[in-house]
Design a protein around this ligand. Structure first.
Ligand code: RTP
Ligand code: MG
Length: 365
């Protein structure tokens, strides 16, 4: 599986990241009113997501001169920034998703019809100014959305092919631009009802509804069959704790691309040990095993990742260190079949039960 293939998410700003619609409307209403035109909410909705020059021509007619367009646009943006003031709010789920995407190595771009002044103000206020590898504004392209130019330029600057890009949009013109660019599209119903955004691959009411995994699946639907995001319980056993190996062992598992999602140190009592090893309760080694695992404090962890259970079992090696393959944890550190350094869940089903024994739901991140 090509793990490191560049993939990108290209974000619209207004109506996707920042809740600015009311302020844009107010600003447009004010500047058009000065010119004797009543700009209604319906006018606003119809023009949403388009560049200022287009909105001005749509409202005042084709006869309006370029210098008037420039002056009106400038006045509108000044008014917008003034009325926005300190009222900059993010939309639900946007910033957490941006954070996760960054952690998972996605390239990020902002492709907005807004002028750079607005972008700086808003991304700065929301603390995401340095999240984007590339920023494309309406000024960087000859044609605004629904032309695909902005998205294509963002992809080109990121060095990512359009088919490996996902666009997040709320505007009809933005969804159209995305599909024309040959990109995948997630549409959020922050501005328009879902039926108007049906061209998108995924229509959601809030960005809180999607995870990085959902986005991965959008880019690579085959992955749905082959991919298995799993969790596994890992215990750093007493023999490892006594030799100061906890950090080494956690680092080894992290280096395999697994993500640490829960961690604690505890001294297992007899009850917990008997429950954890319940499948072995008829075995001759059961009492010895319980005594050993409760003999000293241990570290318990939950790792998450693709095929995490299998990956960890492979990294651990066979139960008996003398039979464990070279380079495995038990081969490198195991002392004997009892003092074999590490535990990892042996199936997805047992992992689920084991994790519950050691961690409450709100202890898993
Ligand atoms: P673990 O559960 O600790 O990750 O180890 P495992 O899956 O590789 O091995 P399992 O069959 O579940 O056995 C649990 C622990 O019991 C001890 N054992 N002793 N004397 C014996 O023949 C024998 N067999 C198993 C080992 O300490 C093993 O880790
Ligand atoms: Mg086992």
């Amino acid at each position: 599986m090509s793990k490191s293939k560049a993939k990108a998410v290209i974000w619209d700003m207004d109506g996707v990241i920042a809740d600015t619609a009311a302020f844009h409307f107010k600003a447009w209403h004010e500047v058009f009113q000065k010119r004797g035109v009543n700009f209604t909410k319906e006018d606003f909705r119809r023009n949403f997501g388009q560049r200022n020059d287009t909105i001005i021509r749509n409202t005042l007619g084709e006869k309006v001169s370029q210098s008037d367009i420039d002056a009106i646009a400038r006045e509108k943006e000044e008014t917008f920034r003034k009325v926005l003031g300190q009222n900059i709010k993010s939309l639900p789920g946007a910033i957490p998703l941006l954070k996760s995407l960054r952690e998972y190595g996605f390239k990020l771009a902002l492709a907005s019809s807004a002028p750079m002044g607005n972008i700086r103000l808003i991304t700065g206020a929301l603390g995401i100014a340095n999240y984007f590898h590339v920023i494309v504004t309406g000024r960087d392209v000859a044609e605004g959305k629904p032309s695909p130019q902005g998205f294509l330029l963002a992809a080109q600057r990121l060095g990512v092919e359009p088919k490996d890009c996902i666009v997040v949009e709320d505007a009809i013109a933005g969804v159209t631009a995305c599909k024309r660019a040959g990109m995948h599209c997630i549409a959020v119903t922050n501005t328009h009802p879902g039926d108007r955004l049906a061209e998108a691959d995924l229509v959601i009411d809030s960005l809180g509804e999607v995870t990085v995994d959902d986005l991965e699946k959008l880019l690579n639907p085959d992955r749905q069959r082959s991919s298995k995001m799993e969790r596994s319980l890992v215990l750093i056993k007493p023999d490892a704790m006594e030799r100061g190996l906890a950090g080494t062992l956690l680092a080894r598992l992290e280096s395999l691309g697994l993500r640490l999602v829960a961690l604690k140190m505890l001294h297992m009592d007899k009850e917990l040990a008997q429950e954890h090893y319940a499948v072995h309760k008829e075995k001759p080694f059961f009492n010895g095993l319980v005594k050993y695992i409760t003999s000293a404090p241990i570290v318990a962890a939950v790792f998450e990742g693709e095929r995490a259970v299998e990956v960890i079992r492979k990294a651990m090696g066979a139960t008996d260190p003398t039979k464990a393959e070279a380079g495995t944890i038990r081969s490198d550190f195991g002392l004997d079949i009892e003092r074999n350094t590490i535990h990892g869940s042996d199936s997805v089903e047992t992992a689920e039960g084991e994790i519950k024994l050691f961690f409450a739901e709100d202890e898993i991140y």
